[in-house]
Design a protein around this ligand. Structure first.
Ligand SMILES: Cc1cc2nc3c(=O)[nH]c(=O)nc-3n(C[C@H](O)[C@H](O)[C@H](O)COP(=O)(O)OP(=O)(O)OC[C@H]3O[C@@H](n4cnc5c(N)ncnc54)[C@H](O)[C@@H]3O)c2cc1C
Length: 141
């Protein structure tokens, strides 16, 4: 990938990637074929990301691929089971992965927020151990 970026830069004289860009709307023809997308630049401010006026740009395209990351947990399960959440994540510690509800554990993206597969595997193993010891204690009691 790095090589492709370098090649683009050599040929076109600029960095191919664009950051802080928000898609505002699609440009489609009269039968629904995609022709491009309209974007605007976003700027980080203390109040959050804001659109910079006058930065609208049209990007010609005949194919648009959406690659959207994890934005947070679905609220239904936490709401129904009264599980504490913060910033769209389930609140659970990284020692035993327990939530505020006695029998409910959380790990991975649902707990950390958007992350990496290696963390999901690590936390998956750790939460399995924690659930196992919880169940063993229950059997012994
Ligand atoms: C577009 C994209 C690209 C990525 N690229 C990379 C990458 O290159 N390298 C990398 O390391 N990481 C990458 N990640 C991040 C990685 O995929 C996640 O960090 C990882 O999958 C998190 O694993 P998880 O088990 O915590 O959650 P998930 O993999 O999201 O698994 C949660 C599962 O729970 C299920 N579920 C949800 N609600 C319920 C419910 N109520 N009942 C039953 N099941 C439910 C879901 O269907 C899902 O199968 C990428 C993520 C995205 C979105």
């Amino acid at each position: 990938m790095d090589y492709a970026h370098k090649e683009y830069e050599t040929r076109f004289g600029r960095e191919p990637r664009a950051y802080g860009v928000q898609t505002m709307r699609y440009d489609v023809d009269h039968i629904g074929n995609i022709r491009g997308v309209y974007t605007q630049i976003l700027e980080e401010t203390p109040e959050g990301m804001v659109v910079v006026d006058g930065t609208e740009r049209h990007w010609p395209a005949d194919l648009v691929l959406l690659s959207i990351g994890f934005e947070g947990i679905e609220p239904t399960v936490p709401r129904e089971f009264d599980i504490a959440t913060k910033f769209n994540r389930i609140v659970a510690n990284d020692k035993d992965y327990r939530t505020n509800q006695d029998k409910i554990f959380a790990a991975g993206d649902a707990r950390r927020g958007q992350s990496l597969v290696v963390w999901a595997i690590k936390e998956g193993r750790a939460v399995a151990k924690s659930v196992d010891s919880y169940l063993q204690q229950k059997v012994l009691v």
